[in-house]
Design a protein around this ligand. Structure first.
Ligand code: HEC
Length: 107
């Protein structure tokens, strides 16, 4: 009887923790998405091999721009910008990329 209760408590804890895990933005996925969708124009990281387009803000510069924050980054990604194709990113992808960019902020 005791073990059944213990199992039930464990299970409900697990179920309670799962949605929280699912919502956590994934910076590594953000990096992979940035390489796929953004690196043709933006310098997305210091170790990026190819040159990005001149004059396009780098992700590091965005992260350290006091006028920029994660909310604004996300808003920006929902709108197509000049020269930039409409990528139709999902909310999840936008969250991951924003977390990746914000993670480059110098501390
Ligand atoms: C085809 C080229 C191109 C691609 C691909 C592209 N961008 Fe951009 N992006 C630009 C240009 C050019 C600017 C600067 C002009 C502007 O602000 O609209 C810019 C500006 C931005 C800004 C605003 C920066 C600031 O400080 O105002 C953000 C945020 C941004 N891009 C995010 C992204 C993300 C995230 C991706 C990938 C999902 C991406 N861009 C893909 C060309 C591109």
């Amino acid at each position: 009887m005791k073990s059944i209760t213990g199992g039930a408590i464990f299970l409900s804890c697990l179920l309670a923790a799962l949605p929280a895990l699912g919502q956590q933005a994934d910076q590594r996925n953000g990096r992979a998405l940035s390489e796929r969708y953004c690196a043709s124009c933006h310098l997305i990281g210091a170790d990026q091999p190819g040159p990005a387009t001149d004059g396009v803000p780098t992700f590091r510069a965005m992260a350290n721009d006091p006028a920029m924050n994660e909310t604004r980054l996300k808003g920006f990604m929902k709108l197509p910008h000049p020269l930039m194709p409409d990528l139709s990113l999902t909310r999840r992808e936008i969250d991951d990329i924003a977390a990746y960019i914000a993670g480059m902020k110098a501390r």
